[in-house]
Design a protein around this ligand. Sequence first.
Ligand code: PYC
Length: 312
Amino acid sequence: MRTISVIDSHTEGEPTRVVIEGAPNLGDGDAASRQEIFGDRFDRFRSAVVNEPRGSDALVGALLYPPVDSTAVAQVLFFNNVGVLQMCVHGTIGVAATLRHMGRIKGGRHRLETVAGDVWIDVQDDGLVAVENVLSYRHAAQVEVVTERHGSVRGDIAWGGNWFFLAEAGDRALSLDQVDSLTDYTWDIRQSLRTQGVSGADGAEIDHIELFGPPSRADADSKNFVLCPGKAYDRSPCGTGTSAKMACLAANGRLEEGQLWRQESIVGSVFVGSIRESQGGVIPTVRGRAFITAEARLLLDPDDPFRDGIRD
Ligand code: PYC
């Protein structure tokens, strides 16, 4: 029986599972080379950790490795129900809460290596974590996409650690009872971007779709619905998506250094963001809170037909 020890948390509603024992040996490289090995050779491990019957489509997994630069706390690789992620802000906040729960870090500022680049976490005494994310930028403004089933839509394409297409929700209500139709609409946009060859820089696939509308909360600036690569919607306001959004706002002259942007999620939670100007874009900081929900040992029984999770 193989065992994998994990600590689960949720960040503003979105779950993270950090593997703390039993992760595969991916050699000594940087985050990108370790992730390539993980993606090529350990897909069954990925699926076993995050997919049903042990996980769910919304769950993001994180692996911790020794950093290349020993002044960093750890190297972190993120993965989800369909593959690997270059960066994940809600996951980073979950990793910060987990490292603190384990006694591996105290409050204060720490650096983590990710595939998208180094990020900083500032862990505050009240449990709030500020993530200083990678350079984020708008790649293209108001690109028109003709969807297969929902007519044409215009949106910005931006990088915030993942690639996003960001559009206004228009008269579509951003509420939990509309999740099925919002998923259908954003999945149509995602497929249409692909078939029409609309991409991020260097032909990168745009695998996150983000819709925006007016907030439900009086203390928020905007509410979003974010479709993730494996068709799950983000329960949190999506930190890489909030970074991409702030890069677009800054490009339009609608967000200045130090000004706060409060992004509400579809479940009503909030990330508070701000930016610093930088060459080629902005450096976003996203603040949110994670709560530990479980310490567990996953059991992989060789006789279990779904030992490696249910996957395509
Ligand atoms: O918070 O960056 C994020 C994120 C990406 C995918 C799910 N959450």
